[in-house]
Design a protein around this ligand. Sequence first.
Ligand code: ZN
Length: 238
Amino acid sequence: MQISTAYGKQPEGSKVLPRNQYTAIRDEKPKSKEEAKRPEFKVCKFATDAIITEGNDVGTVHKVCSNPSCPVHHPKQQASREDEKWKAEQEKQRREQAIANATGLRILAAIGAAVPVRLMKRDLLFILERLVSLTDERRLEMLARQHGLRQKRDNGGIGKTFVAFIRRADESTLSKLLVASTILIAASRTNPATVLRDAATLYKVDTDAITQKVKAEFAAKMKAKKEAKANSKVVKAA
Ligand SMILES: [Zn+2]
C-alpha cells in the first residue's frame, strides 16, 4: 500500500492514499494509560504495512489502517453505533413506560368499576388509611385527640395508634374521620380558613356561635386566673 502524508486529493487513478483516508498506527509504545486508549496506538485486524510515497519521510514503512468501517480507527462509526444503541434503549424504556401507564390506567378503571354505589365500611377504611398516611403528625394528633386517643410510648407513633383505632371503628366514626381528615389535608395544602369555612357552610355549622363561645371561654379562664392571683396576694398580705 502506498500512502501520502499530505491531505490533498490524489490525481485520478492514483494508488496513493491521501492522509485523510488512513490512520497511521504509531510504532512507539504508549507513554501512559491515557495514551494507550487513543486509536493511533492500537493495532487492529485491518492494519497493514504501507510505504510513504509522497510528502514527509518518503520511503519509510508504517502500519496503517485504511478500513472506513474499522471500529477502532473510525470512531465516527463507533459513535453512531453507540447512538443507535442509546436510541434503542430509549425506545425500549419509552415502550415499557407506556405499557406500565396503560396497565395502571386499566387497573384503576377496573377498581372504579368494582366500587359499590354507596361506600361500605371496607371502602371507608381503605380511603381513610390512605388519608392518614398523607396527614402530618401534628394534624393527626389533633384528629386523634378528638377521639380520646393519646400516643402511647414505644408504639410506633400516633400514625400506628390511629390506624389501629380506625380498624376497630364503626361506619359512623369512619365517615366522620373521613370528612375531618380531608379538611385537615386540604387545609395543609391550601388556605386553612377557606377550607374550614366551606366545610362549615356545607355542614351548616354556625361558626359565629362557636367563635363567640370560644372567646367567652378564654375570657372566663383569664378572669379566673386573675382572681386566683389577687386572692393569693390577699392571702400573702394577711
Ligand atoms: Zn483499524
